[in-house]
Design a binder for this molecule. Structure first.
Ligand SMILES: C[S@@+](CC[C@H](N)C(=O)[O-])C[C@H]1O[C@@H](n2cnc3c(N)ncnc32)[C@H](O)[C@@H]1O
Length: 219
């Protein structure tokens, strides 16, 4: 999607993707990555997700990237965290003790900033892109994740013709076709979450699978 699409969504607070709780898949599977305290974790297209709060609670240092200044400011103010703002190249950096959110375009985020990450977490980032832009995002993500670093990817899949994204459907076949040149991919769990998603039920989408994958950057 174009930046203007997301800026408008945040302006109008049309942020149905934002969860008021930590993602259960994150809580269930993050320990499998075996990261130590003080590890640096990258969260692409982070929004104001409470999942970053969970990662900080694990005593990780969180490095997020998010286009919207509204989202980034809300993350700190909603959670009553004092923050400072500095600038690095094209990005404004909003930071508190364990969290630094780079506000700007992921496509211009310098890979030097993520060179010391030990993990990453993609929830509603890959699936935010329409198919024609998705490979470009995967390429950018792969450039930002150093060799042998693992992360979690959470996707949704459903018959795309039944609903206009975002979120866009990403099938296991798409993952197999386009991610495996960059990442080793392991499916950890896949469940039908249709009943929990009224927007999809109302549009008579017949099924909706949420999947969590472990990705490890190939060297
Ligand atoms: C579907 S939301 C998911 C947010 C978050 N991951 C979550 O789980 O709540 C996608 C987010 O990506 C941001 N975004 C879109 N394009 C971006 C880009 N080129 N660079 C950085 N962030 C972007 C949007 O502003 C939006 O907050």
């Amino acid at each position: 999607m174009e930046p203007s699409f997301w800026h408008e969504k945040w302006q109008l607070q049309q942020i149905g993707f934002h969860l008021n709780q930590v993602n259960p898949f994150l809580v269930k599977y993050w320990p499998q990555l075996g990261l130590t305290e003080n590890s640096e974790v990258f969260v692409p297209l982070c929004g104001k997700s409470l999942d970053m709060f969970y990662l900080a609670e694990q005593r990780h240092t969180v490095l997020g990237c998010e286009l919207s200044a509204i989202a980034v400011e809300d993350f700190f103010t909603d959670n009553e965290l004092a923050y400072q703002v500095t600038h690095i190249d094209d990005h404004a950096v909003f930071s508190a003790d364990q969290v630094a959110l780079y506000q700007g375009d992921i496509f211009t985020l310098p890979s030097s900033l993520t060179s010391s990450i030990s993990g990453f977490y993609d929830r509603a980032a890959l699936i935010a892109w329409p198919e024609e832009m998705r490979q470009q995002y995967v390429h950018a993500l792969a450039a930002l994740v150093p060799a042998n670093v693992s992360g979690l990817l959470i996707t949704l899949d459903y018959p795309q013709e039944t609903l206009k994204g975002p979120p866009f459907a990403v099938s296991p076949t798409w993952i197999e076709t386009y991610l495996t040149s960059y990442f080793n991919v392991e499916l950890l769990e896949c469940v039908d979450v249709l009943a929990d998603n009224p927007r999809f039920v109302n549009k008579q989408v017949p099924w909706l699978n949420e999947a969590v994958y472990k990705l490890t950057r190939k060297s």
